[in-house]
Design a protein around this ligand. Structure first.
Ligand code: MTE
Ligand code: MO
Length: 470
């Protein structure tokens, strides 16, 4: 290899596109992989992550590349040697950081946690579209995003310990295709408001840990019927994700078997979000959608489904995502005493204006107010009430967007609402309150004080936003 020219890392980095050509370095070698990127078995986008740089750190994680065959292939593309001081030196964090290869995320998301990645959009972005674009959809990961090997992806369906069947994506796509619009909301959405009442433990979400998307996939009930699964034989159905913790335990959750088998519950094994492959952060290549149920049960990257007498043993089912009395604290909490959260209570939020915003009062004495409302279990939002005077007068918002295709009892999408809210012009500031009412006439509690719980779940008190009038 001595006859080949020597390059600097700077020169390699100039070759990160198709015009200049695509180069990478590996150990002491420099390679021109321009023609190969198209043919990369793991997909062009994956290999392009290393374009113009060193592939060493990537191969530490995707250790499946370190075979003789691949090394010979790489050597066939060698064009030079890397200047010795530029050769990649492994840092400990490369070896141990399973987050080094997370997908690129939209800059405008507000990050609540980097590793695992948790982020939400600014509230005004939420109400711009009835269907939340993927770039705007909040992300809640509990673990590193798993590495997906598309070609070898398999979903296993088991009855307790015993495998009944394995499926690849094509097998799932053979079932009748269903598309539903469903919001997914984190059990901790609006936690920051509950935390302001009294300190608690959990990510400090504002109102953005919710998104409304269309989901396409096979009905879980069709798949289970096909296998002759009977409701009497089991109590729960467990889902496992491909994201695993350092001890090898995957993310997991479960729902009652009755829900999984009910075709009207619309539980999906979804492979599309908003008509496209589900983005990596949202569960590619397959995700369970349990409409009307807390986000935590909508398991992403699902590769194992287990019919069982028991709920998922996962800590996210057993010791998290549960609600408690305001008097229960970290010294006396016994997680076994509360059921896992499933269907969510009715909630609503004001997205425009935002807290402390300065608003010009219109000639007619009103200010424009917009937000969303949603209830769990397929219950429809029937009314949204808004006040600017602590409830002396309530104004009924217009429900500007609801799912036109939703059938009775299957309203899984959110409702967007808006109104021009009359305010007292003489005041320097007003506090806007909102509450929603669902089709069972459930409504929201007025304050967080008496629904406070130590982990900050089910934060559905009136949303109150103080704004300045100008
Ligand atoms: N599935 C897996 N495999 N791993 C996870 O960390 N997080 C859950 C759920 N499904 C999670 C998961 C939680 S708590 C929520 S709120 C939603 O996914 C978030 O979905 P999103 O990131 O697509 O918005
Ligand atoms: Mo969540």
């Amino acid at each position: 290899r001595a006859e080949l020219p020597t390059y600097t890392m700077q020169q390699v980095s100039e070759h990160d596109n198709l015009i200049n050509g695509i180069w990478v370095s590996y150990k002491e070698g420099v390679y021109n992989i321009t023609d190969f990127v198209r043919k990369h078995p793991g997909g062009q986008s994956k290999i392009m992550m290393a374009a113009g740089g060193s592939i060493d750190p990537f191969w530490m994680i995707f250790a499946n590349h370190q075979t003789d065959e691949i090394l010979v292939l790489l050597e066939s593309m060698r064009i030079g040697n890397l200047r010795s001081e530029d050769v990649y030196k492994h840092k400990d964090e490369d070896i141990y950081d399973p987050y080094a290869l997370e997908p690129v995320r939209n800059q405008m998301l507000h990050i609540n946690g980097k590793k695992p990645f948790c982020a939400e959009p600014p509230p005004p972005m939420l109400v711009k579209n009835f269907i939340t674009p993927k770039e705007v959809f909040y992300v809640r990961n509990h673990l590193p995003v798993p590495y997906i090997d598309e070609e070898n992806y398999e979903l296993e369906l088991a009855a307790e310990e015993k495998t009944m069947k394995t499926f690849n994506i094509e097998d799932i796509k053979k079932y009748p295709q269903h598309t539903i619009t469903s919001a997914i909301m984190c059990g901790g959405n609006r936690r920051s408001e509950m935390g302001a009442e009294k300190p608690l433990k959990g990510l400090s979400w504002n109102v953005g840990a919710i998104g409304n998307a269309s989901w396409t996939g096979a009905k879980l009930s069709d798949v289970l019927r096909d296998l002759g699964v009977k409701e009497e034989d089991y109590n729960h159905i467990q889902f496992e994700g491909m994201d695993i913790d350092p001890s090898g335990v995957p993310y997991g959750a479960s729902i009652p078997i009755s829900k999984a088998l009910d075709p009207r519950a619309d539980v999906l094994l979804a492979y599309k979000m908003n008509g496209e492959d589900i983005p990596l952060d949202h569960g590619y290549p397959l995700r369970v959608i349990v409409p009307g149920v807390v986000g935590a049960r909508n398991v992403k990257w699902v590769n194992r489904i287990i019919l069982s007498k028991n709920e998922s043993p996962s800590q996210f089912q057993q010791n998290d995502y549960k609600g408690f009395s305001p008097s229960i604290n970290w010294d006396n909490v016994d997680f076994k005493t509360a059921p896992a959260i499933q269907e969510m209570p009715v909630t609503s939020a004001i997205c425009c204006p935002q807290k402390d915003e300065k608003i010009t009062v219109a000639k007619d004495g009103t200010i424009p107010v917009k937000g969303y409302a949603w209830s769990g279990g397929g219950k429809k939002i029937i009314r949204v009430d808004v006040t600017a005077d602590q409830g002396e007068t309530w104004h009924i918002a217009e429900l500007v967007a609801q799912d036109p295709d939703a059938k009775e009892g299957r309203h899984y999408a959110w409702t967007l609402w808006s109104l021009n809210l009359p305010v007292d012009k003489m005041k320097k500031s007003v506090e806007i309150w909102v509450k929603a009412v669902d089709s069972q006439y459930n409504t929201q509690p007025e304050s967080f004080k008496n629904i406070w719980n130590l982990r900050g779940f089910l934060c559905n008190a009136y949303h109150k936003v103080k704004v300045n009038l100008g």
